[in-house]
Design a protein around this ligand. Structure first.
Ligand code: BES
Ligand code: MN
Ligand code: ZN
Length: 489
């Protein structure tokens, strides 16, 4: 993992300088430029370097220079700078220089806040998931070990980076959890990882099947019933806010593997369902971020950890489950399992914590991937203010949400011949009927939002430089920002 430092003078193998599009060479580069007889000015004028966002020109420096290479990095048009473009710059610099053979890079950035955002981008880009590779060649391993961001106000840059760094640690953890294979990440092993977070000051509680049965959480238990792995409810508490103030609750779907159960999924691509605990990963990552930056808020995180397997003892289509809330559910499709897990976790959350707001996150429906693709999570909420808050937080951190409707017309699709409801709503509006199902377990007056992250928790193919692995780690930074902006101070 790459180290990030903040200093006040360029040093290291590569001396980088941020140059605005159409701008001049920064003052900090003047000494090196003079020392090399104008090599850097020359690089600025020759070739196609224009200073576009993240564009780079590498300058080989003569023997005896202060560095081995100089690097011009495009800052884009000064007026168009944004947190997103700065993160992108950090990501592109990391990507281009990670395997350059050099170990240390310093980048001169005028502004402290901009420097912190660039550092965040570089950190997000530097994520790797290599633990399962035994044959990685040295030439494929990154050499870049330290990035020093050089600003005039080192103290301010460090302070600006601290919460961003905590958010990135949350993203890293969420990515690890989603990337991990289902033979190694199952409810029991996942619960152990959650328990280890106690070292960061989180209070942890894990409930097993015995306790869940006592609580009447038969809906969640039903989903895990076909698995040899014991289902678990993971609870994380961060009480950094005012004593006695109601917490906000983050709730996550943690289906460690979703085969579909007896309503078995087709084989092709089923391996992706290792990521069906992405909602829970977002919650766990967010709790880590909050603890790392010592957030001044009361927050509880609850994750329902199960494995959805076909088995002689698995639930069948037609089974009727009695949820902890007392409502009965006819399971018509065992592959619509996420909602059947979440409904009991939502009940427990309200019963035990009386939260001021609940946000649940789940890779809940394939339909949301069809509707919104890979660039927005679907947001369903009973509160317009909360919708605005989450939309803003998402835009601020580049983890965007898009509001979808709820309504009694959709709720009708959940009618069952035998029970209070069925767990599917037919072909039309699959993501909305899933949200309506959850809404039936939200108490009157309870502020709540559901984020369907099935399209954004992992993405195949070409992606932003700040999103280098299969798992995106969507969620922790959105949730952390929402709490920072709305539930602190
Ligand atoms: N985990 C899936 C949803 C999913 C699909 C997530 C694709 C990520 C990518 C969920 O449990 C599921 O299987 N949903 C079904 C519901 C249907 C049976 C009503 C779906 O979306 O097909
Ligand atoms: Mn499913
Ligand atoms: Zn699922």
């Amino acid at each position: 993992c790459m180290k990030i430092t903040f200093t006040d003078a360029a040093k290291g193998d590569i001396h980088g300088f941020l140059v605005d599009q159409g701008g001049k060479l920064p003052k900090a580069a003047e000494a090196l430029d003079a020392e090399t007889g104008g090599l850097i000015t020359e690089a600025l004028k020759s070739g196609r370097f224009e200073g576009k966002t993240g564009q780079q020109a590498f300058v080989v420096l003569p023997k005896g220079s202060a560095a081995k290479r100089a690097l011009l990095v495009g800052g884009g048009k000064a007026k168009e700078r944004s947190d997103r473009s700065l993160e992108r710059i950090g990501g592109l610099v990391y990507k281009a220089q990670a395997n350059s053979g050099f170990k240390t890079l310093s980048l001169v950035v005028d502004d402290a806040d901009a420097g912190a955002r660039i550092a965040l981008g570089a950190k997000l880009a530097a994520y790797r998931f290599d633990d399962y590779r035994t044959k990685l060649k040295d030439e494929d391993k990154p050499t870049l070990a330290t990035l020093s961001v050089v600003t005039e106000d080192t103290k301010a840059a460090k302070a600006a980076f601290k919460p961003l760094d905590a958010g990135a640690d949350g993203t890293y953890l969420a990515r690890d959890l989603v990337n991990l294979p289902p033979n190694d990440l199952y409810p029991g092993s996942y619960a152990k990882k959650i328990e280890e977070l106690a070292e960061h000051g989180l209070e942890i509680e894990i409930l097993g099947e015995k306790e869940l049965a006592k609580l009447g959480m038969n809906s969640m238990l039903g989903v895990g019933q076909g698995s040899v792995k014991e289902s678990k409810l993971g609870i994380m508490k961060w009480m950094g806010g005012k004593a006695g103030e109601a917490p906000v609750a983050l709730v996550g779907k943690g289906v460690c593997f979703d085969t579909g159960g007896i309503s078995l999924k087709p084989g092709a691509g089923m391996e992706d369902m290792r990521g069906d605990m992405g909602g829970s990963a977002a919650v766990v990552g967010a709790m880590l971020a909050l603890a790392k930056r010592k957030a001044k808020a009361n927050v509880v995180g609850l994750v329902g950890l199960v494995e959805n397997m076909p088995d002689g003892d698995a639930i069948r289509p037609g089974d009727i489950l009695k949820s902890a809330s007392g409502q009965t559910i006819e399971v018509q499709n065992t592959d619509a399992e996420g909602r059947v897990v979440l409904c009991d976790v939502l009940w427990y959350t309200q019963e035990h914590y009386k939260p001021s707001a609940i946000i649940d996150l789940a890779t809940l429906t394939g339909a949301i991937v069809i509707g919104l693709g890979h660039h927005h999570a679907g947001m369903f909420t009973n509160n317009d203010d909360l919708a605005d808050q989450l939309t803003s937080a998402g835009l601020a951190e580049g983890e965007r949400v898009w509001r979808m409707p709820l309504g009694p017309e959709y709720d009708k699709q959940l009618k069952s011949k035998f029970a209070d409801m069925r767990n599917i709503g037919g072909r039309a509006a699959g993501s909305i009927t899933a949200a309506q199902f959850l809404k039936r377990f939200i108490n009157e007056g309870q502020t709540w939002a559901h984020l369907d992250i099935a399209g954004v928790a992992w993405v195949e193919g070409e992606k932003a430089p700040t999103d280098p692995s299969w798992a995106s780690g969507f969620g922790p930074r959105l949730l952390d920002r929402w709490i920072a902006d709305n539930h602190e101070g």
